[in-house]
Design a protein around this ligand. Structure first.
Ligand code: ATP
Ligand code: MG
Length: 406
C-alpha cells in the first residue's frame, strides 16, 4: 500500500517518540480498492497533548481534543491524528456519553462500524486487521464489527452508513448485519435529518441505487414518509432510478415517485411528507418539488411550445421533467431533446431577463406605469417566443406601438 509522504512523516515522527501509529479506516479501505482516499486518518497510542508536543514545529489544530483528535498540517495536507479510544455508553442512539483513551489498537478498531473500516496499516509492520476486513473487502461484504444489533443501537447512523457503503461499493450486507438493519430501523427517528440526508444522497447518486432500495425500502419508509410498515411481500419497482441521470434532484424525485406509486398515492403528497421529515437546501427542495408537481406536462418537440414551458417552469425543471419522464418510459423524447438543445444553443429568448427591452424602455417611450409595465413585458416576451417579433429593441418598441398599444 502506498502512503503519501506527509502520512509517512507523521507515522515515523510518532514512532520516533516511542508511540505506535497507523493509517486507519476509510483511507485504508479506499487505497486497497484503488480509489484515491478523500482524507487520511492516523490512529496512535500517543495522547492528544503528546501529539501536539511531537508536532510542535507544524501547524496543529485541536479539532476534537475531547475525542482525542488533533489535526496536523504537513506539506499542506491536513492529517487527523486520533488517540486510540474506547467509546463509553451511548446516548440518544448516536453519541457516546464519554470516551476513554487507550494504548491498545485492537480496542480502537473494535469501536469502528464495519470490518472494512476497521483495518489499520503501518509501513513497517503491514496490515493490522483483527476483524478480517481484508477478507470482507475481497468478498464484497459489509459486516458489522461485533454484535450488529448492539452497534446499530449505539449509533443508528450506522444503519444508513451500511446501506450507503453497500450502494457505493456495490457490496452485499452480511446476513446478520442485514437482519439488524431491519430490526433497528425505528431508531433512525433519533438521527438528525441532515445526517440521514447526506447518506441518502450518496445512495441516490451511487451506480445502482435501485438494487439497495428494492431490498431495503422498508428501512426508510417510516423516517422519510411516516409509513411504519408495508403489507407483506410488498415490492417496489425502483428500476426508473437506473434510467435517471446521476443528478440529485431528478433522482430524489424518482425515488419519491416510486414510493408513492407503490402505494397508489399521490407523488405530490409523498413529496410533502418527505420534505417535512427531512431538511434539504432550498435549491434541491425547489427543483425536486417542482419536478414532482409538474409531472403531468405532456411534452412535444414544438419549439414554440417548449419555449413557453421554459418561460413558465424554468429550464432546470424542464430538463429534470424530461429526465424523469424518460425514466418512467413515458415516451421517446429524442426529438424533444434535440429541439431543447437548439433552443439552448441558439439562445432563444424564453424569459424577461433576456428580452431586449426592459421596464424603463416602456416607461420612457410610452409613459407606462405600475402593473401595465409588467403586463406589457410579458406580452412582448410572448410575441418573441411565438416568432411574431424579433428580440431587438427597435423591433419590440415598434411592435408594441403598432400591435399592443391602444
Ligand atoms: P467516507 O469518508 O467515504 O464518508 P469513511 O468510512 O472514511 O467514509 P469517515 O466519516 O471519514 O467515514 O470516518 C472515518 C472512520 O471512522 C471510518 O472508516 C470508521 O472506521 C470510523 N467511523 C466513522 N463513522 C463511524 C460511526 N458512525 N461508527 C463507528 N465508526 C465510525
Ligand atoms: Mg473518510
Amino acid at each position: 500500500m502506498n502512503l503519501p509522504a506527509p502520512v509517512l512523516t507523521a507515522i515515523s515522527k510518532l514512532e520516533a517518540s516511542g508511540f505506535e501509529a497507523y493509517a486507519v479506516g476509510g483511507c485504508v479501505r479506499d487505497s486497497i480498492l484503488g480509489t484515491e482516499p478523500l482524507d487520511w486518518d492516523i490512529t496512535t497510542s500517543a495522547l492528544p497533548e503528546e501529539v501536539s508536543e511531537i508536532f510542535r514545529d507544524f501547524k496543529v489544530i485541536p479539532t476534537g481534543i475531547k475525542h482525542g483528535t488533533v489535526t496536523v498540517i504537513i506539506s499542506s495536507m491536513h492529517l487527523e491524528i486520533t488517540t486510540y479510544r474506547i467509546d463509553g455508553k451511548y446516548e440518544d442512539n448516536r453519541h457516546p456519553v464519554q470516551v476513554t483513551f487507550s494504548r491498545n489498537i485492537t480496542e480502537d478498531l473494535s469501536r469502528r462500524d464495519f470490518t472494512i473500516n476497521a483495518m489499520a496499516y503501518n509501513p513497517q509492520t503491514g496490515f493490522f486487521d483483527p476483524f478480517r476486513g481484508l477478507d470482507d473487502l475481497n468478498r464484497k461484504i459489509i459486516k458489522a464489527v461485533g454484535i450488529p444489533e448492539k452497534r446499530f443501537s449505539e449509533d443508528a447512523l450506522r444503519i444508513m452508513r451500511a446501506l450507503r457503503f453497500a450502494a457505493v461499493l456495490g457490496f452485499e450486507i452480511e446476513e446478520k448485519t442485514a437482519d439488524a438493519v431491519f430490526q433497528c430501523r425505528t431508531l433512525l427517528k433519533n438521527i438528525a435529518a441532515e445526517r440521514i440526508g447526506t447518506e441518502l444522497n450518496k445512495i441516490l447518486l451511487s451506480p445502482a441505487p435501485d438494487l439497495i432500495f428494492e431490498k431495503y425500502f422498508s428501512v426508510f419508509s417510516e423516517r422519510l414518509f411516516g409509513i411504519p410498515s408495508f403489507p407483506d411481500k410488498q415490492k417496489i419497482d425502483f428500476s426508473p432510478l437506473s434510467r435517471t441521470t446521476s443528478d440529485l434532484a431528478p433522482r430524489l424525485a424518482v425515488f419519491i415517485i416510486c414510493f408513492a406509486k407503490a402505494l397508489n398515492s399521490s407523488p405530490v403528497d409523498f413529496s410533502e411528507r418527505f420534505f417535512s421529515n427531512m431538511r434539504y437546501d432550498n435549491q434541491t427542495y425547489r427543483e425536486t418539488a417542482n419536478t414532482i408537481k409538474n409531472l403531468d406536462i405532456v411534452f412535444s418537440d414544438n419549439r414554440i411550445f417548449l419555449r413557453h414551458i421554459i418561460k413558465e417552469k424554468g429550464l432546470t425543471t424542464v430538463r429534470n421533467l424530461i429526465n424523469v419522464q424518460k425514466a418512467f418510459n413515458k415516451s421517446d423524447f429524442c426529438s424533444t431533446e434535440i429541439t431543447l438543445e437548439k433552443i439552448i444553443f441558439e439562445q432563444d429568448c424564453c424569459n424577461l431577463r433576456n428580452l431586449a427591452v426592459n421596464g424603463t424602455d416602456l416607461t420612457n417611450g410610452f409613459s407606462l406605469q405600475g402593473e401595465e409595465i409588467g403586463k406589457a413585458l410579458v406580452l412582448l416576451l410572448d410575441a418573441v417566443i411565438e416568432n411574431k417579433c424579433e428580440n431587438k429593441k427597435d423591433a419590440l418598441l415598434e411592435y408594441f406601438k403598432n400591435k399592443l398599444l391602444h
